[in-house]
Design a protein around this ligand. Structure first.
Ligand code: ATP
Ligand code: MG
Length: 235
């Protein structure tokens, strides 16, 4: 049994008379500790698939199993648990809460994860230190650079120590230098054993992953091991 099994998953959006098969019968497995990149043209269904993996959305049909258990079997409660404890998500637009400081954004995620009030502050500072931003704890999102905001968002995604990190174009709004910093953090998290699933438009970023899945029109076009992981296997 693979760590994550995506089994004939479909998400069909219906709006009035228009039917969009955003994800159209996709099946593949993801190993524990894998770094997977998802690429494909705009509208090919990448975010829809990632949102299903993150339990932000439910499929029209099919299953996604984590260690054998279907994510969608227990309804809303199961999805809430999944989002709070098993996955962390990072988005292109950071999605920090504007009225809360960097530390408070993370403390809120810790509160949802059941961490006691007395422990939250210290844990938030620890998480910020992990992404090199301890000194920005009291800054509001508007007082952070894009690169810093994304690092705070990553710290928040890690709040409840999820085994899986899902990132939807995490460097899409960043310049090359900040993009490299964020990618470096994702690589470190991968080395620490986390499973990373990252959508990207950037072939250089996809090369850092061990495997790249290509999507087209809601379907899986192909799956390729990157040169680095091929080389590693050959050694
Ligand atoms: N909530 C929704 N209601 C209706 N259609 C939707 C919805 N969300 C996405 N779609 C449609 O589903 C298809 C896949 O969208 P998705 O956002 O998954 O693509 P994507 O590969 O992430 O694209 P991009 O690279 O532009 O982010 C698109 O045709 C989109 O218009
Ligand atoms: Mg998208």
């Amino acid at each position: 049994m693979a760590f994550i099994e995506i089994d004939h998953i479909r998400k069909i959006y219906r709006k009035a008379t228009v039917t969009v098969p955003a994800v159209n019968d996709i099946s593949f497995d993801i190993d524990k500790g894998e770094f997977l990149a998802i690429i494909g043209k705009s509208g090919s269904g990448k975010s829809t698939l990632l949102n299903l993996l993150g339990g932000l959305d439910t499929p029209t049909s099919g299953e996604i199993r984590f260690e054998g258990a279907n994510l969608f079997a227990e309804g809303k409660d199961g999805l809430v648990k999944h989002r709070r404890h098993r996955v962390g998500m990072v988005f292109q637009s950071f999605q920090l809460i504007p009225g809360q400081t960097a530390a408070e954004n993370i403390e809120l995620a810790l509160a949802f994860g059941g961490v006691s009030r007395s422990e939250r502050k210290a844990r938030a500072l620890e998480l910020l230190a992990q992404v090199g931003l301890a000194e920005r704890a009291d800054h509001y999102p508007a007082e952070l650079s894009g690169g810093e905001a994304q690092r705070v968002a990553i710290a928040r995604a890690l709040a409840n120590d999820p085994a899986i990190l899902l990132a939807d174009e995490p460097t899409g709004n960043l310049d090359t230098q900040n993009g490299d910093i964020v990618l470096g953090i994702l690589q470190d998290l991968h080395r620490q054993g986390r499973t990373i699933i990252m959508i990207t438009h950037d072939p250089d970023m996809a090369r850092v992953a061990q495997r790249t899945i290509r999507m087209q029109d809601g379907q899986l076009l192909d799956s390729q091991l990157t040169h680095e992981s091929l080389n590693a296997k050959a050694l």
